[in-house]
Every structure is written in C-alpha cells, then in structure tokens.
Write a protein that binds this ligand. Structure first.
Ligand code: UD1
Ligand code: MG
Length: 469
C-alpha cells in the first residue's frame, strides 16, 4: 500500500520515495517482499503514481513491480479492494501478503514468518503486532475473554480504556485470498475517519477462530509519517548496515558517524573507514582499502589497498589498486586511476585516465586527458579542454614530465618521455623526448631593486614621513 498522500511529510515528493540510506522507502518494502519469495508484487499507487512507478521501474526493471491504481485514498481497505482486479486470476487458497509502503525496515524473514503463521492459522490470517516505546496513534489489538484476537480498534475510534492496550497493529498482514475477497466486500466506512479500514478484517477472522498475531520489535516495523520518523528510521537503518559490514570484516572508527548507503557493496576485508566517510550509490570497495576522514565516495569502485586520504570527493570513478588519492582531491565522472598512481591535494580530474605510477601531486585540473604510465604532472598544470563550444582531448604519453604551472591547450599530445618546461602554454604537439618551452626569456637588471627602494624612501621623506597606510 503506497497510495497515501503523506501530508505530514510536507513534501512535493511522494512520501514513499523519501530515501532511507539512499534507497526510497518503498523500494525497501518491495525488496523485502521479493527476498521473502513473493511471486508477484503489486504496488497500490495513487498520489503521484507516475513518479512512483517510474522510480520502481528504474530500480527493479520495467513493469517488474505491477501497479494497481487507487485514484482516491479512501482508506487501507479500499486500497486493497483496488488491487483485487490485478490478482483476480489467482485461486482462493493463495496467501496474499499486505505490506505498508511507509515502513521500510521490515525484514524478509519476518514476511516468511507471517506467511507460515497464516498457512497454519485456521482463520487463514496472520498479522504483525508491536509494542511501541512511546504512545503512537496505532490501531489497538483487542482480545476476547479467551485471549483470542477479536478486533482492531483504530486510534481515532478508541476509548481511553482501549488506548491503554499496549499491543498495537504494525500494519503487515498475510491472508488467504478467498477470505480477503469475501471480507473486503463487507467493509463499511462507519468510523471516525469515514474510511474503509483494512483492519476490520480482523473481526471477520475472529468468527473463524481468530487471526494470529506475531510480535515484532518496534524498530523493525516503525512506520514513517513525518520527517522526525524518517530521521529515526534512517539512524536504525544505518546502524544495521554498519553492523553487518563490521561483522563482515570492515573497521569503523566511529560507526555512528559512518554513512554507507543500502546499495553499496561489496566491501572487502580489512577495509578501514574513518569518521564522516560517506559511501553512496553503487560504490564497491576491495580488500585493505583505507578511507580517511570526511571522504565522500559515490558510484565509484575502489580496488585493493588504495588509500583515500582525508576529504577526497569521488564520483563515478574507477580507482586502481595501491593508489593514493587526496587529501582534498576531487575525482569527477570518468576518472580512471591505475595501479600505484597518485593524486594529491587540490587536484581535480574529469574523464582522465592516469596509467600505472603516474602522479599529479598538487593543484591541477586534468579533464578529458589520457596520462601515460609514470608521467609526472607538476603543480598548477591545467588541461584547457573546453573552448567554449566543445571538449578536446589531451594525451600525455608515458614517462612525460609536465613542469609546474603549464597549460595544455587541447587537442594536444605530449610525446613519450618529453619535457614541458615550467610555465609553458602547450599549443602544439610535443614530439617524443623533446623539450617544449613557451615562456619569454628571463632578463636580470642588476641593482634595480636597491635603486627602487632608495627612490621610495626619498619620496616618503619629502612627503613628511606619514605613517603606514
Ligand atoms: C494503519 C493501520 C493501523 C496501524 C498503522 C501502523 C488501518 C486502518 N490502520 O494506520 O491499525 O497501527 O497503520 O502504521 O489500516 N494507504 C493507501 N491508501 C489509502 C490509505 C492508506 O494506499 O487510502 C497506504 C499509505 O500510503 C500507507 C499505508 O497505506 O503506506 C498506511 O496508511 P496510513 O494512513 O499511514 O495508516 P495509519 O493511519 O498509519
Ligand atoms: Mg501510517
């Protein structure tokens, strides 16, 4: 169920697309259903359904998640009624699992438990209950004198006495399709909200011997209604993700300040992560990689034993083994750094390939560039790759040495083992083994500085020796 407006989020984005550890909350729920072995997943959408569907298609493949439309949100019972046509060909003895789209941390094992309990239940229905740590506006589980689940009373309809019941409805159900079809048809909106409550199915199940309630920890089933809930679930998701990686052999200096998105991985053994490291998107990290303080790594693969020094920012890059990056290096999309190559502080790369052992240790911009093995890029080197209309390529062949403060006006090639003198503006190809020099010759004027200072001192004296300005 993901049709609701999510009013309390105060957002233009549908609630179920707000992200938890980088992944939209609805995708967590769909992922758990699939991991639990669901043969078909139908998303009940309403509010901004096209946007939600596009997001599901992008992550799970076009139309892999089926969509049922609930044009008007008239309650959770109505939502499921809208999904019935999608499953009309399924037989009555099938078990249908109904999940809330705004509770992303439900584990697939819990769904499997729910299905197993439903299969055993004479009433053909099971649901998850939870005891919240603080009062929540959840439906209360009301039992008969034998302790059998009799009904769910929604918070809005509950008396003070009923609200004192600790057991609440978590919003996850498994039910035989035959019962679902029959009982949904009997729902009425005679309640505080004037909605069709899915929870009223529990009273019908009582007539068959009572639905089975399985208690689940609140942290696992907590629903998100506003951004305070969102932040709470984010913390819990991150705690789980980090714990799993630590158990898999990753060291985190401060797990409470380590931010790894849900889709990151694999992360290898003996990886070391300093505080305030963020790994996002489809990033992968090989064995023995060290990532120091404040580095942000997005959609990037980092090979074994690479060292990302503090405050390195990488996006869509391929970082080779035994490389050293940073501090303060910015690798933009299309960067490829081969074995043992190094990028130092204030180096920015974009679509640049540094081959094995190449170095750019300080202050450089390398864009649309191919840099051969062991080439050395001096401080202040800039590839002038953009002429205002299109981008051009710079090729620096193996072993070349680019002196500090040089500009390479692309398209241009510096040949193998060639030298570019400091301060050169390279506009023509440099042949293999040559020296390129474009700066004007130096002239020295003997005694000039001394004479200049004397003249200044004299002028000051004549002006009356006023103070410094
Ligand atoms: C629901 C339960 C409540 C339970 C709580 C747990 C009902 C009547 N109540 O209340 O017992 O304790 O969840 O979180 O079911 N939705 C639709 N279409 C609609 C209405 C809702 O698709 O017409 C979807 C929402 O997008 C959401 C889910 O159903 O994903 C739950 O709806 P919500 O309005 O949050 O129900 P609660 O009031 O929280
Ligand atoms: Mg809710």
């Amino acid at each position: 169920m993901a049709a609701g407006l999510g009013t309390r989020m105060k957002s233009e984005l549908p609630k179920v697309l707000h992200r938890i550890a980088g992944r939209p909350m609805l995708h967590w729920v769909v992922g758990a259903a699939r991991a639990a072995g669901a043969e078909r997943v139908v998303a009940i959408l309403g509010h901004k359904s096209e946007v939600v569907k596009a997001s599901l298609d992008a992550s799970f493949g076009a139309n892999h998640v089926e969509v049922a439309l609930q044009p008007e949100q008239r309650g959770t019972g109505h939502a499921v009624q809208c999904a019935l046509p999608a499953i009309e060909k399924e037989s009555d003895d099938r078990i249908v699992v109904i999940l809330t789209g705004d509770a992303p941390l439900l584990a697939s094992e819990r769904i499997a438990e729910l299905v197993a309990a439903c299969a055993k239940s004479p009433a053909g229905m099971a649901l998850l209950s939870t005891v919240p740590p603080r009062p929540m506006p959840y439906g209360r589980l009301v039992r008969d004198e034998h302790g059998t689940l009799a009904k769910i009373v929604e918070h809005a309809d509950a008396s003070a006495e009923v609200r004192r019941i600790a057991d609440t409805n978590a919003g996850f159900y498994a039910i035989r399709l035959g019962h679902l079809r029959r009982d949904l048809a009997a729902l009425r909106a005679d309640n505080a909200k004037g909605e069709l409550y899915l929870t009223d199915l529990v009273a019908h199940a009582h007539a068959r011997g009572g639905a089975t309630a399985i208690d689940a920890p609140f942290t696992e089933v907590a629903g998100i209604n506003d951004r305070v809930d969102l932040a709470g679930v984010e913390v819990e998701a991150r705690r789980r993700i980090n714990e799993a990686w630590m158990r898999a052999g990753v060291t985190m200096v401060d797990p409470s300040a380590t931010y790894i998105d849900a889709d990151v991985g694999p992360i290898g053994k003996d990886v070391w992560l300093a505080p305030n490291v963020a790994l996002r998107g489809k990033t992968t990290i090989a064995d023995h990689v060290r990532i120091d303080l404040g580095s942000v790594v997005v959609d990037t693969s980092v090979a074994e034993s690479a060292y990302l020094k503090p405050y390195s920012v990488l996006g869509e890059a391929t970082i080779g083994p035994r490389t050293e990056i940073g501090p303060f290096t910015h690798c933009r999309p299309g960067t490829r750094i081969d074995d043992g190559a190094r990028l130092g502080n204030f180096v920015e790369t974009k679509k640049a390939h540094l081959m094995a052992g190449a170095k750019a240790n300080h202050l450089a911009y390398l864009g649309d560039a191919s840099i051969g093995a062991k080439a050395n890029i001096g401080a202040g080197t800039i590839t002038c790759n953009y002429d205002g209309v299109s981008k051009h390529k710079t090729t620096i062949e193996a072993g070349a040495f680019i002196g500090s403060d040089s500009q390479l006006v692309a398209p241009v090639t510096v040949g193998r083992d060639a030298y570019v003198g400091s301060g050169t503006t390279v506009t023509k190809d440099v042949p293999r083994g040559a020296l390129a020099l474009s700066r004007t010759m130096q002239i020295n004027k003997d005694g000039w500085a001394d004479r200049m200072r004397e003249a200044q001192a004299k002028r000051k004296k004549n002006e009356g020796g006023g103070g410094d300005h």
